[in-house]
Design a protein around this ligand. Structure first.
Ligand code: 5RP
Length: 229
């Protein structure tokens, strides 16, 4: 089974949790896009859902494939969100934001009764931090925000490169008009402490640690999909 087939397996298993009439948060990334493709087939067969996309990219794909969309303003409370992740641990703590949509993804996940993560088994880690942590920041005062992030990390014993995404070519801008720092701290033993301290920095808009948001994960591997709860 290749990487794409595993993403499809995870998406298929998650689709089984989507019920008629649901208000559904729809994630961003290549795994979430496999989910959108399968969801579109169900919608064409008569499944009625109202989707809230977590990015402009996901919104475009949904519109192209005929998945009905609402904004989070119109539907501020959701039944279920299905989204990918860059990394997850056994306690369903996640790193997200590799696709740059972490802010809307977190807002949508927090507005949902349940969040199911779809991923292949390569994303499961013992301790978060193998994937560089995306930190969405205001474009004002970048240097000051970077220094504040370094200080906060260092107080927790974390060091590593903090790179402005896309800086070598064209700085990546999020749907919300912010920049992203990718922080290669390595293992993050206390994700909760890092999360709280990052939130206290004024220039940090949001970060990619998702804690207490996912209710379950569908993990796909060569042998099939398993559920982590
Ligand atoms: C986007 C995300 C994605 O869910 C994450 O990057 C996983 O993407 P993929 O399914 O392509 O590996 O957080 O902001």
């Amino acid at each position: 089974m290749d990487a794409r087939q595993m993403k499809i397996k995870a998406a298929e298993a998650a689709l089984a949790h989507v019920e008629d009439g649901m208000r559904l948060g729809i994630g961003t990334g290549s795994t979430a896009e496999e989910f959108v493709r399968l969801l579109a087939e169900k919608v064409a067969d008569g499944l009625r859902i109202q989707g809230v996309p977590t990015s402009e990219r996901t919104a475009r794909l949904c519109l192209e494939l005929g998945v009905p969309l609402k904004s989070l303003e119109e539907l501020p409370e959701l039944d279920l969100t299905i989204d990918g992740a860059d990394e997850l641990d056994a306690r369903l703590r996640l790193i997200k934001g590799g696709g740059g949509a972490l802010l809307r993804e977190k807002i949508v996940a927090a507005a949902s009764r349940k969040m199911i993560v779809i991923a292949d088994e390569t994303k499961v880690v013992e301790t978060l931090g193998r994937f560089p942590l995306p930190i969405e920041v205001n474009t004002f005062g970048l240097a000051a925000t970077r220094i504040a992030i370094e200080k906060v990390a260092s107080a927790l014993g974390l060091t590593g490169d903090i790179v402005l995404r896309g800086a070598a070519k064209e700085t990546f801008m999020t749907d919300g008009g912010h920049y992203i720092f990718d922080a290669s701290f390595g293992r993050i033993p206390d994700a909760e402490a890092l999360s709280n301290r990052l939130h206290a920095i004024p220039g940090v808009v949001e970060h990619g640690l998702f804690i207490n948001l996912a209710s379950a994960a569908v993990i796909a591997g060569p042998a099939g999909a398993r559920m982590l709860t």
